[in-house]
Each structure stands twice: as C-alpha cells, then as structure tokens.
Design a protein around this ligand. Structure first.
Ligand code: FRU
Length: 464
C-alpha cells in the first residue's frame, strides 16, 4: 500500500522530509523550513526545504532554501527575525570530514533567497556531534543559542548581543535514559493557565542508539525549569514525555509568533522505521501546529498542547464513514460510561483502536492489521499513556491520511501515530463499558492545502 498524502498538515509534494527547521512568523505568513532531500525520498543530501502558510493549515511549497554542497550537508537549526526584518538562519554544517559546527545564513527578502556567511562555520568546537542550534530572544535583550552535544546528552548554551559573536554560558545535562542521543532542543517561556505567570520549558528529542537500541525509537520530552545567567536549570530533574505516541519528534516552536505564543511543529516520524514508510513520491509530514502552555496540577506544572484545527467552515459534518481527512470530536458522560472504546476500520484489515479507561487511568492507541505488520517489525502494537484527568469525558482525533493525533485531558495527554488505514473511507464505531453511547461528531476536512493537485501536478519547485 502507499499511504495517502496529508491535506491540512505540512508534507512535501515529493521527496524526503524530517525535522522542522527555522520556523518563523514574518507578520503575515508562517514560514516553515525543514530537513529535505531535494534528490530523493529517503534521507540524504540534507538541505532546507521551505513552505509557507497564512493560517498554518494551507501550505504552499517554495524552492529549496539552503542546499547541500560538496562536503557539507545542511542539518537542523532555526531562524530568528531581527528588528529590521532580516531573517537569520542558524544551521548545522555537517561536514563529510566528520565535524558538525554551526553556520549562519541571512535573508532580506522574507526567506525567499539566502546568503551564507563568508565566515562559516560561525561556531566550531571541533566536535563530531554538535548540532541543531535553536536561537531564542531573551527577555531584556540579546539572544541565546542552544545546541546539543548529542552523544554527551548535553544542551550547550551560548549568548550573543549581535547574532555574530557567541559566548558559552554553560550547559544542561546529561540526565534521563542512557543509550540515546539528544537532538533538537528548544527553549520556550510558557504561560501558566489561569495566571499571568510564565515559566521556562526546555523541549528535547531523544533517539536510541547502539546495538540494543530501544525499539520504541525516537521520542520527545519536556523539562520545566528556569533560565539563570544564560543557562537552563530543571526544577525537578525530570525529562517528561511530551507525546505518548510513536511519531512525534524534533518539535520546535516558531520565532516571533503573535502575542509571544509558543506554536510547535514536530516531525511525525520515528527513526526506527522512517526509511520504510510506504509513501511516494513524498515521505515525511509534520504534526498539527500546537500551541503550548502549562497547567498546574497538585503543585506540579504540566505541558498542555492545543492543536490548530481547520475552522468549522472547512469541516463537513458527515456520517460515521468518512474520508481519511477529518477531525473527530468524541464526548460522553464520564460519570456513567466507564471505559470508552473507539474502533477505526480502514482499508483491508487495518484497525486502530483508541481506549480511554478511567479506572486504569490510561489512554491507549493501537495500530494493527497486515499493512502495519508488514511496515516494520516494531511498527504494529499498542501505546499507553497515563491519564491526568480520567473524568474529562472528551477526546479529539485528528486524522489526515496516515497521521493520527489523539488529544484528551484538555490538551494534557497527546498521542501521535502514523497509521496505515489507507486512502479509502474509514468507519468509526464507539462503545462504552456501560450502555452509555459516546457521541461522535465527525468533521471531514475539505481544505485542499498543498494536497492532491500538487501530488498530481509537476515536480515540486526545486531551485537550481
Ligand atoms: C533529528 C536529526 C538532527 C539532525 C537532523 C539530520 O531528527 O537527527 O539531529 O540535525 O536530524 O537530518
């Protein structure tokens, strides 16, 4: 089977995509740059692809922004908008000779054309695993760059007043599991719900490495803490899961988002099996854009994620059989229902089951069937997340071709999976432990996005 292309999530018309890079809002458009192979639909020739959107739902793909060069691939990084509108991109130069260092490019035309600094790399520690620079504006002035020493499981911090010279201020880590590399850090200052308080949160992705690598593969985490003298400190020494599914990685936030909000995009992929995901001529997609915040529960701060979804004008209410591009809103009486089960049936024998179990305080999502079994030995199966608020009585399912994102606990619990339900209609049935029947409202998404026309049209624009 070949997986259908998403319609309202960012995915390239053709070729390989992984991490979001250089997410920036320029006053009228959201620009997303991303790890991209201009020459094929597997990882390689890493460059920065480019797309932009007025609403985070309809994406237009643009020519390749930063192209790999002989001896140098362009790995992940970030963009910041200066006060004069100049965009500065910071990316990792991954040299064939085995060194990874940070480089800079600037754009004065809103991200269309880029000039690489003559002085590149601008930050070189002679390290082979120093990557993924994320530059953030610091309240009170100046900039901070975070990058990982991936194998040491450390985030290294640098400060700058002019985006040109960088001074190391310290590092964070290692902590959490061994046997992983740390990748794609971000630092965001998030509002605490119901207060005027903002608290620093570190976002971090980890990927298992080595012979006994954890088959669960890539995962995203967050750490709640504080920023002191240009270095992040954790409040509780804990890496907490950001998403409980298998396919949410390398998520970072947009620079200059309106109102200082933190809007994240993540790659919906997992290095464990990303290379064999059956889609063509494209491979790789982003999560829904998610606005991040914090909720205080029993004195601890927890991350909440609210997806940006198509407005109701772009949703067509439909039956319980629907095209695989839809938002499902499921509600029930938590006092009466007990556990709630949703069963999605797609092409062939493909089934996805979502079980909300308040007694066990768990949410689980399984993906089964021959297409899931055949994809990779570690693909099929079930993932379970702890529920923070078992009495919420609500689930949102976002389905866009092979992308499934499940939100519950009012944004506190999120589980994102690639699924193999196929391109045909999906049937959903809902049941509860008791005779209570959950209400399922299905909104089929009608937006075209960069969807089918681009897929059937000419090759995606690729700069010479
Ligand atoms: C994360 C990552 C980054 C790196 C990029 C290369 O998925 O491994 O650390 O910069 O992908 O494509």
């Amino acid at each position: 089977m070949s997986l259908p292309r998403p319609r309202f999530h960012l995915a390239p018309a053709r070729n390989w995509m992984n991490d979001p890079n250089g997410l920036v809002f320029t006053g009228d458009r959201w620009h997303a740059f991303f790890q991209f192979n201009p020459e094929g639909n597997d990882w390689g020739n890493m460059s920065w692809g480019h797309a932009s959107s007025a609403d985070l739902l309809h994406w237009d793909e643009h020519p390749v922004a930063l192209r790999h060069r002989p001896g140098e691939q362009i790995y992940s990084g970030s963009i910041v908008a200066g006060d004069d509108g100049t965009l500065s991109a910071f990316y990792t130069s991954a040299y064939d000779r085995g060194i990874q260092a940070q480089s800079r490019a600037t754009s004065v035309d809103g991200g269309t054309t880029w000039t690489m600094d003559a002085a590149n790399p601008v930050l070189d520690r002679g390290s082979s695993d120093f990557r993924d620079p994320k530059v953030v504006r610091v309240p009170g002035g100046g900039w901070l760059m975070l990058a990982v020493e991936a194998v040491e499981r450390r985030v290294v911090f640098y400060a700058s007043d002019d985006l040109s010279t960088w001074r190391e201020t310290g590092s964070f880590g290692p902590l959490g599991s061994e046997g992983v590399v740390w990748e794609c850090p971000d630092l965001v200052r998030l509002p605490v719900e119901g207060t005027t308080e903002r608290v620093w949160v570190l976002l971090l992705s980890t990927n298992p490495v080595g012979d006994d690598a954890d088959p669960a593969g890539s995962a995203m985490h967050y750490v709640v803490g504080d920023l002191v003298d240009g270095v992040f400190h954790s409040l509780d020494g804990d890496l907490r899961p950001l998403d409980h599914g298998r396919d949410c990685y390398a998520g970072v936030t947009f620079d200059s988002a309106p109102g200082g909000s933190a809007v994240m995009l993540a790659w919906m992929g997992n290095w464990r099996y990303a290379h064999v995901v059956p889609s063509s001529p494209w491979r790789g997609a982003m999560s829904s854009p998610r606005t991040l915040g914090l909720r205080r529960i029993d004195d601890a701060l927890h991350l909440v994620q609210h997806p940006v979804l198509p407005p109701s004008g772009e949703l067509d209410a439909s039956s319980l059989r629907f095209e695989p591009h839809a938002v499902l809103d499921v509600r029930w009486d938590p006092a009466a229902a007990g556990s709630v089960r949703l069963r999605l049936e797609g092409e062939g024998d493909a089934v996805v089951e979502v079980v909300h179990d308040p007694a066990a305080r768990t949410l689980s999502v399984s993906r089964t069937g021959r297409a899931a079994d055949g994809l990779h030995p570690d693909f099929a199966g079930v993932r379970t997340a702890p529920l923070a608020d078992p009495a919420s009585g609500a689930l949102t399912l976002v389905i866009d071709g092979p992308l499934l994102e499940v939100f519950t606990d009012d944004g506190l619990t999120v589980l994102s999976h690639l699924v193999t339900l196929g391109a045909g209609p999906i049937t959903v049935s809902a049941s509860a432990e008791t005779s209570v029947v959950p209400t399922v409202r299905v909104g089929e998404v009608r937006v075209g996005a960069t969807g089918d026309a681009a897929q059937e049209g000419p090759a995606a624009p690729a700069a010479a």
